[in-house]
Design a protein around this ligand. Structure first.
Ligand SMILES: Nc1ncnc2c1ncn2[C@@H]1O[C@H](COP(=O)(O)OP(=O)(O)O)[C@@H](O)[C@H]1O
Ligand SMILES: [Mg+2]
Length: 237
C-alpha cells in the first residue's frame, strides 16, 4: 500500500487513439485514487473512455502520459514479466461478455489463472489445491452443480458468476469489472451486484465501470468520467 493508504492511484492519465488521419483524445488528464476495501463505481456515457481507463488501471494497456501506481509502485517501471505477474496475481478482471473458454469446463475456467501463474512442475504440485479452491469458489457462488458443465450450457448470470470465480481465483488485491451487468436482465444484474456487495463487505477492493447510474448506486463511491476527466468525486463515503 502507498503511504497515504491508497491501493491504486492514477495521476494525469492521457490516452488517444489514431483513427486514420484523425487523433481521438479519450483520456485527458484522469486522476483517481482508490483506497483498500473501497467499492468505487466509474460512470460515464458510452464512448466516454471507461473501458480504456479500466484497462490502463489493470495494466492491460498503457497510458501515453501519466502514472498508475499500485501499492505505491509505478506500473510504468515494471518490465513485461513483472507486469504479467501483476495482472495475474494482483488484479481480477470481470468483463461484460464473460470471456470464458467454451472448450473448458466451468471448474477449469475458474482455476485457469492458477495454472497460468505456474510452471508445469509448479502446477503438478499445486493442482489439487487449485481444484479445491475453485470448487470452494463455485460453491460460494452457488454453482457447485455446474462445475462439470461447459460455459455455453449456462445462463448469462451463471456465466458471469463463473467469470467472477475466475477473477477471484488468485486472491487479487483489486477486482476490476467492466459493465459486469451490461449483458444481463435487471434481476440477474442485481444478483451479480449482490455478489460484489458481499465480496466488498468481506474486504475486497472493487472498481466497477458502468453506464447505468442505478447500478452505480450500489457502490460506496461514484465518480463520473466526462470529457476525458473525472468530473466529480461522489460525496458519499
Ligand atoms: N482500440 C481502439 N482504437 C480506436 N478507437 C478506440 C479504441 N478503443 C476505444 N476507442 C474509442 O475511444 C473512445 C472510448 O472508448 P471506450 O473506452 O471503450 O469507452 P466506454 O467504455 O466508456 O464506452 C470511443 O470513442 C471508442 O470508439
Ligand atoms: Mg466500455
Amino acid at each position: 500500500m502507498s503511504k497515504d493508504g491508497f491501493i491504486l492511484q492514477a495521476e494525469g492519465l492521457y490516452k488517444s487513439y489514431r483513427m486514420g488521419e484523425a487523433k481521438v483524445s479519450v483520456l485527458k488528464g484522469v486522476d483517481l485514487a482508490v483506497r483498500k476495501s473501497e467499492f468505487v463505481a466509474i460512470v460515464g456515457a458510452s464512448g466516454s473512455g471507461k473501458s480504456t481507463l479500466l484497462h490502463i488501471l489493470g495494466a492491460l494497456d498503457r497510458p501515453e502520459k501519466g502514472i498508475v501506481s499500485f501499492e505505491g509502485r509505478d506500473l510504468s517501471r515494471m518490465g513485461e514479466r513483472e507486469l504479467n505477474k501483476f495482472r495475474n496475481k494482483m488484479v481480477g478482471f470481470v468483463f461484460q461478455f464473460y470471456h470464458l473458454l467454451d472448450e473448458l469446463s466451468v471448474l477449469e475456467n475458474v482455476f485457469l489463472p492458477a495454472m497460468a501463474s505456474k510452471s508445469v512442475f509448479g502446477w503438478l504440485g499445486s493442482r489439487r489445491w487449485a481444484r479445491d479452491r475453485a470448487r470452494a469458489l463455485l460453491s460460494e457462488l452457488g454453482l457447485s452443480e455446474r462445475a462439470n458443465h461447459k460455459p455455453y450450457q449456462l445462463s448469462g448470470g451463471e456465466r458471469q458468476r463463473v467469470a467472477i470465480g475466475r477473477a477471484l481465483m488468485n486472491e487479487p488485491r483489486i477486482l476490476l469489472a467492466d459493465e459486469p451487468t451490461g449483458n444481463l436482465d435487471s434481476a440477474t444484474g442485481n444478483d451479480i451486484l449482490k455478489v460484489f456487495e458481499r465480496l466488498n463487505k468481506a474486504g475486497q477492493t472493487i472498481v466497477m465501470v458502468t453506464h447505468d447510474e442505478r447500478i452505480a448506486q450500489k457502490a460506496g463511491r461514484i465518480v463520473t468520467l466526462a470529457d476525458g476527466k473525472i468530473k466529480r468525486e461522489g460525496a458519499e463515503a
